[in-house]
Design a protein around this ligand. Sequence first.
Ligand SMILES: C[C@@H](O)[C@H](N)C(=O)O
Ligand SMILES: C[C@@H](O)[C@H](N)C(=O)O
Lengths: 166, 166
Amino acid sequence: QSRAVSGIAADKKQVELAMTHVPDQPGIAAQLFGALASNNISVDMIIQSVRQDDNTNDIAFTVDQTDLQDTLTLLEKVKADMGSGEIYYETDVAKVSIVGVGMIDRPGIAADMFKALAQANINLKMISTSEIKISCLIDQAQADDAVRALHRQFFPEAANDEPKLV
Amino acid sequence: QSRAVSGIAADKKQVELAMTHVPDQPGIAAQLFGALASNNISVDMIIQSVRQDDNTNDIAFTVDQTDLQDTLTLLEKVKADMGSGEIYYETDVAKVSIVGVGMIDRPGIAADMFKALAQANINLKMISTSEIKISCLIDQAQADDAVRALHRQFFPEAANDEPKLV
Ligand SMILES: C[C@@H](O)[C@H](N)C(=O)O
Ligand SMILES: C[C@@H](O)[C@H](N)C(=O)O
């Protein structure tokens, strides 16, 4: 079977933010990301999972660490305008990804990635997938361990080389 | 500025599931997706956002609707093995996406997508992004409205054509 994973990527320069406990109704995500776009803040990941039992939801996203202060100031305005929501953020995170082609058609690949990281005792804070990339947000302090673990998992023949970072 | 969005996609054949209130500790995601992979169940989206205040998290994912029953049976086993977690699922969902290139570098594109859907009174159940695709899970009943709204937003010059579905 041809190799599906072509490389491993680690990004230590992103920070993770979220507006939590926002009303799960039309227009909320539009209001949040409209505000970010109007202020020219580039967003990398946007992750929103299933709603909570109290009909609120959390909207998480990442920005470059250099945009943290501007983003926090903006979120305070959005929270005031919305009249609801809490602001959450974590700075010491890293986004680690496996990169490839057609990964969605290979059920085991995400599982293999998660197992490799679990064996290195790495907690997955956030998870997001696409056909060409499976990404996890983890503690920044564990980023190097994560890359090594993923390298061992997906490039075992290259055990003595430097990880193939993209 | 060159067009970033090249097409609109709608998939009405997926169902949304989640294991909710699982311990936010290493190995949990690995256990869940390891079980799915061992049973050859293909997963499309995997979405996990920030943890909850009680140190649990929710792990959401989608599968083809034909795999729903097998997946639910399997989740009951995983829940029993884990000794924790609840099973959540929704069948009447659709995944609508805008597809393009380099979309992460254009801050306003996700905002424009969310605004177009909000104006059509469509609630965004889940959100996931990559450089080439921004996807939202919505009510299946609103899928056609969603595609029309996105078409008006991103292909206004083609207002009288059929939406350019990929
Ligand atoms: C929570 C937020 O995504 C909301 N469901 C919306 O559509 O904007
Ligand atoms: C919730 C789940 O993703 C957990 N954090 C894990 O690492 O497996």
